[in-house]
Design a protein around this ligand. Structure first.
Ligand SMILES: NC(=O)c1ccc[n+]([C@@H]2O[C@H](COP(=O)([O-])OP(=O)(O)OC[C@H]3O[C@@H](n4cnc5c(N)ncnc54)[C@H](OP(=O)(O)O)[C@@H]3O)[C@@H](O)[C@H]2O)c1
Length: 285
């Protein structure tokens, strides 16, 4: 079956300028330097906040999400901030469509910054009966196959050009698996390890890779998550931290500090001790 065409909703309407930054590899944020910033999951809280923060004159935003109206709304906000916007309704689980779309995007100009932000969560339910396998499977398809597949293809395109910045959204849940959200923890551990590997591989070719590991950020996904949510922060604050770290090509952006520090310990302590600690903090069912 031929791949389904993703629904491209609208471009900025303005004639697209030649992507000079694609040739020079410039990541400059000066208004005169045109740059292309791709963000998946722009209809979500973190993705939307990132889009608005990157929106500026001289920037073309390439935004995706599944909810057309929400995507159009975010795109409009970004245009009002001076950015050109291309948006596409896209399901990351549809691999063929995703790859076709990536080829089209790269043909117009390989993104200077690409943020694999879209993701989902599921949990073992209020009675602790376990995840529904259909949900866990969809989660792995979205958070792992979709995300890594996208990163793989963009990595090759950026490597060929000799510049670019890949940004992968992991989570503090990647430091140690959580009983309430085992598939999610596993998916984010995969994203973390993959991003770290890509970074070492791509460094000699002028391509940066950043793994982002947020704690609790206010969003529908966070709200739906069971268990305590210490140090929860607004999405815009998280976006601000991400932008700052990406601009510095940081290998890892993990926050907030106290939660990151605690979760990091869980990954270095003997697993038996970590699991007892998680129980003490009510993170077991
Ligand atoms: N919020 C937190 O506490 C937290 C903590 C650590 C890491 N993260 C990570 O941060 C990222 C953004 O999360 P968020 O909190 O902003 O969540 P959110 O508000 O629920 O947004 C999730 C985004 O992902 C998109 N998405 C989900 N499944 C998709 C699929 N199959 N194909 C295409 N797009 C899909 C959604 O699109 P539609 O809404 O249009 O369907 C939405 O734009 C995720 O990767 C998440 O794991 C979040």
């Amino acid at each position: 079956m031929p791949p389904q065409q993703p629904a491209k909703t609208e471009s900025s309407g303005a004639k697209r300028s030649p992507d000079s930054s694609a040739d020079t590899g410039s990541h400059s944020s000066t208004p005169s330097a045109l740059r292309r910033v791709l963000i998946t999951g722009a209809t979500g809280e973190i993705g939307g906040a990132l889009a608005r923060r990157y929106a500026a004159k001289g920037t073309t935003l390439i935004l995706t999400g599944r909810k057309q109206r929400k995507l159009d709304g975010i795109a409009q906000q970004c245009r009002e901030l001076g950015a050109e916007v291309e948006c596409t309704v896209l399901n990351l689980c549809d691999e063929e469509t995703l790859l076709t779309w990536l080829e089209e995007v790269c043909a117009r100009g390989v993104p200077d910054i690409a943020i694999a932000n879209a993701g989902m969560n599921t949990d073992i339910g209020p009675q602790g009966n376990g995840e529904r396998w259909e949900d866990a499977r969809r989660l792995l398809q979205t958070n792992v196959i979709g995300t890594l597949g996208m990163a793989h293809h963009l990595a090759l395109a950026m490597k060929a050009r000799g510049s670019g910045q890949l940004v992968l959204l992991s989570s503090l849940a990647a430091w140690h698996g959580l009983a309430l959200t085992p598939s999610y923890s596993g998916s984010k551990a995969a994203v973390k390890a993959y991003g770290e590997g890509l970074r070492s591989w791509l460094k000699p070719f002028g391509v940066g890779v950043t793994v982002v590991m947020p704690g609790y950020v206010t969003s529908p996904m966070c709200e739906a998550m069971p268990g305590p949510k210490p140090f929860e922060m607004p999405a815009d604050k998280a976006a601000q931290r991400i932008l700052k770290g990406v601009a510095r090509n940081r290998a890892r952006i993990s926050f907030p500090f106290p939660l990151n520090f605690g979760c990091w310990w869980l990954s270095v302590l003997p697993a038996g001790i970590s699991q007892r600690l998680l129980g003490l903090f009510n993170y077991t069912h």
